[in-house]
Design a protein around this ligand. Structure first.
Ligand code: MN
Ligand code: MN
Length: 462
């Protein structure tokens, strides 16, 4: 049951469409290196396509009708777009959900210190990283500093070619005999991921003169004091843009494919639908997936359910029963990246159940670890309906499992949405070097994901 390679199915027009989607996706990645930047980029794109803020609709008491477009901004970090369909909401909606937080290094709340003529930022990493991959490379700083007077300062340092970059140093090989003998998980420690920010002392400053230079720059450029860092979120991420990968330009290398590739595909899919679909469609960007979908912007929070309740209220008679019916009868693709089969690490995969780069969008009936622990394990009845939608729409797709049994595993937001009783299956794009500072995907898989998510939004539930 080997699945065909998508590239072999493309004519000239399809190749041009693959390139077009890839170009737009790279721009999305470059604009969105944090969950906040992704959320605000998506909202800008939604507004340009005629979406209005659900809050404004509620305030105006605007009745919602088929074809209406609304978005929900959850604390600038999670976002939902809804395109109202012809069937009532209590017949369920078609949800394509992904996450936009990616592994990274966060600054601590009290980050700055000086040691031997360097000013450093102390950090606490976010999500699952191989720490040794984050040293000796150019990092950029992205985030917000929130001041007591209520103002918010946006920070992006290291992306403009004229910007400086920052980073974590590593020990030269000539002195590293002891380090090289350590386990890879211990070569670089969590507390060892301190970022060099400055190296020049401020003249006439006696105490911590390099840190004084840092504070002077922060004051002059951003009007922030050291204390303002107590209420800030600054993320250190790989500096630079996403790029074509491979001499044939068939792939894209960049930071944060997990899971912005699925998020972008869902966004492009919903924005491409201009007429009222049969059932309401939803594109959902969740935050905090990499740390367990916790917090007010993680999938475990109630923003999705609350938005559904508000929309039912604006389409007619709200009742708790109608809300429960809407949630339970919905259909969802829980979109997250899958581990792409890597010939250099073949031992980690069971080849005929591995996701292959270039063979289209993946469907993972289950994820989880050991005996499918933490998995959603989708219903075969639902998978059969999706097979039909995919095949009817000439989508190139494959099935996949995350590595060999008992080698490892992982979870997604699928099991959380399944709690409502809706049909959910994991779907996504295959990634090489997942969770590394720069990951690799195939352009064909991105393109097939857009096709798949559009077909699902238009046809699921029919
Ligand atoms: Mn993910
Ligand atoms: Mn991940």
């Amino acid at each position: 049951m080997e699945r065909p390679n998508a590239w072999k199915t493309y004519d000239e027009a399809a190749l041009a469409a693959v390139e077009n989607t890839s170009r737009n996706y790279k721009a999305f990645l470059d604009a969105g290196k944090t969950e906040r930047e992704c959320a605000l980029t998506a909202i800008d794109m939604a507004k340009a396509a005629g979406y209005i803020d659900l809050k404004d609709a509620i305030k105006a008491g605007k009745p919602l009708n088929p074809g209406d477009k609304v978005y929900v901004n959850c604390m600038d970090k999670a976002v939902m777009l809804f395109l109202l369909g012809q069937h009532p909401l209590d017949e369920g909606i078609n949800i394509v959900g992904a996450h936009t937080d990616s592994p990274r290094i966060d600054l601590k709340q009290n980050p700055f210190y000086e040691d031997t003529d360097f000013a450093y930022a102390d950090t606490h990493y976010y999500g699952g990283i191989k720490k040794y991959q984050w040293v000796a490379r150019a990092l950029a700083l992205h985030g917000v500093v929130c001041k007591k007077d209520g103002t918010k300062v946006n920070i992006v340092i290291g992306e403009d070619p004229d910007d400086p970059v920052v980073g974590v140093s590593d020990l030269l090989i000539h002195l590293a005999a002891e380090q090289m003998g350590k386990k890879a998980s211990e070569v670089i420690t969590g507390e060892g991921l301190d970022i060099i920010l400055c190296g020049q002392p401020l003249k006439d400053e006696e105490k911590e003169p390099v840190k004084a230079t840092l504070l002077k720059i922060l004051k002059e450029k951003y009007d922030i004091e050291e204390e303002d860092l107590l209420s800030a979120e600054i993320e250190a991420v790989p500096a630079g843009k996403a790029r074509d990968f491979g001499l044939d330009r068939s792939m894209i290398m960049g930071y944060g494919h997990d899971d912005r590739v699925c998020a972008y595909a869902a966004l492009e899919a919903i924005l491409s639908i201009t007429e009222a679909p049969a059932y309401t469609c939803c594109c959902l960007f969740a935050d905090k997936e990499e740390i367990g979908s916790v917090g007010a912007t993680g999938m475990q929070a109630h923003y999705f359910e609350n938005a559904m309740a508000e929309m039912i209220a604006l389409t007619g008679n709200y009742s708790d029963l109608r809300l429960r019916r809407a949630l339970a009868s919905s259909r969802m693709l829980s979109c997250d990246v899958s581990a792409g089969y890597d010939p250099l690490y073949a031992a980690a995969f069971e080849k005929k159940n591995a996701a292959m780069l270039g063979r289209g969008v993946c469907y993972n009936k289950f994820t989880g670890s050991r005996g499918k622990s933490g998995s959603n394990d989708a219903n075969p009845e639902y998978l059969a309906r999706l097979r039909k939608i995919m095949d009817d729409n000439n989508v190139c797709w494959q099935t996949a499992e995350l590595g060999k049994v008992d080698v490892g595993g992982g979870g997604t937001i699928a099991y959380i949405c399944a709690l409502y009783g809706m049909e959910v299956v994991d779907s996504g794009v295959a990634v090489l070097s997942m969770h590394a500072p720069e990951e690799i995907i195939s352009k064909a898989d991105l393109y097939e994901a857009v096709k798949a998510y559009r077909a699902f939004m238009v046809e699921a539930g029919k």
